[in-house]
Design a binder for this molecule. Structure first.
Ligand code: SF4
Length: 364
């Protein structure tokens, strides 16, 4: 299959691995800031193709994992309201909030529906005119344009019973927050190809320049990831810190201007709470006043008490790249994909789920 097979070619992957071994001299830590990369790295056994002195650490790139507990609590509160139907993507149903989850509320009889897209949520609103249908919008710049499109469509149709609880996140401010925190020692970012298709590579220039950290925008197949690692290794060895594109078939400097325009029309940047990182200035997306009829925060009273993380769960540190799942005493014992304690085990892109599925603890 064109655009897949060539990026899974064993011979090309082997040659890239050998080149990395030849070029890399220093001990380095590279952070992948996308849950899709985390899963791909484990699934394709990328770590086993690298020298031991190259460490790959996962960052805050899983949209389910970084959604703050208070946002889950708000969604649960909505689900408990009579006449409200909460819709969202599958993994969000199982993420535990302070006292319940959407899945629990569904089991108790609340109207909670899993959807595959905002189109499904809009259809539910059309099919259920006597219900208030709320979509819990999570995710980064890849999903935000589709949610913006749904809000605009509802607005144009006069669909009054559709609203969005926006918990969207923006990636570059999180990278800045990670580095400015001072407790993260990394030598380069493996940046996500799909997010960059929307925001453009220019979004990483200030991070690369200010912190002298190379950024390579990378695709998700094994050859992509190995080539991205090689580009980072070359930069580190040469003392450079530039933004480079490995994922040339998808990403460019400017991004998708139509998607960015739509996002800007519907959303405005806001300070946003991240699990593990606290409130990061201008790292979230609030719905603009013009579309407030479709803003669940305006339409409903969803104030909730401050939430605390589940006892013993180290998701917050894992999302900052300063702990690994195997450092958590609940990992594999109490916390498993069937009995998840924190979001990093719930999400199919979570680091704990990836470790559970693919990591050999004997390696540590
Ligand atoms: Fe949290 Fe479970 Fe991961 Fe531990 S193993 S950090 S409890 S999700």
């Amino acid at each position: 299959m064109k655009y897949i097979d060539e990026y899974r070619d064993r011979g090309v992957a082997k040659a890239l691995s050998e080149k990395i071994w030849a070029v890399s001299k220093r001990r380095i830590r590279l952070m992948e800031i996308c849950g899709t990369h985390t899963m791909a790295i484990f699934r394709h056994g990328i770590r086993s193709l690298l020298p031991k002195h190259i460490e790959l650490v996962s960052g805050p790139g899983c949209p389910v994992c970084v959604t703050a507990m208070e946002e889950i609590d708000r969604a649960v509160k909505l689900a408990q309201m009579p006449g409200v139907m909460v819709t969202t993507f599958g993994d969000m149903l199982r993420v535990p909030g302070s006292s319940s989850s959407l899945k629990n509320e569904q089991a108790k009889g609340a109207m909670v529906r899993m959807v595959y897209s905002t189109v499904d949520a809009l259809k539910l609103a059309t099919d259920n005119p006597d219900r208030e249908v709320v979509f819990l919008g999570i995710g980064f710049e890849t999903t935000a344009p589709t949610v913006a499109a749904a809000i605009r469509t509802a607005h144009e149709r006069g669909q009054r019973n559709f609203s969005v609880l926006s918990a969207h996140k923006l990636l570059p401010p999180a990278m800045d927050a990670l580095l400015s925190g001072g407790d993260l020692a990394i030598d380069g970012f493996i940046c996500p190809g799909h997010v960059t298709t929307i925001i453009g590579t220019s979004s990483y220039e200030s991070v690369a320049a200010h912190y002298h950290i190379p950024c390579v925008v990378t695709g998700f197949e094994p050859v992509d990831i190995l080539e991205g690692v090689l580009m980072l290794v070359e930069q580190v060895e040469e003392g450079r810190a530039a933004v480079q594109i490995q994922y040339g078939r998808g990403a460019g400097p400017k991004g998708n201007t139509a998607a960015l325009r739509l996002m800007d029309e519907v959303f405005e940047p806001c300070d946003s709470p991240w699990r593990g990182l606290g409130v990061i200035p201008r790292s979230g997306l609030a719905i603009r006043k013009r579309y407030s009829r479709h803003d669940a925060r305006v339409r409903f009273d969803i104030s909730v008490p401050q939430a605390s993380e589940p006892a013993g769960c180290r998701c917050a540190e894992i999302l900052r790249g300063v702990a690994r799942p195997v450092d958590c005493r609940l990992f594999r014992k109490v916390c498993t994909p069937r009995t998840p304690v924190g979001p990093c085990m719930v999400s199919s892109e979570g680091t704990c789920a990836a470790y559970f599925k693919y990591h050999d603890d004997e390696e540590d």
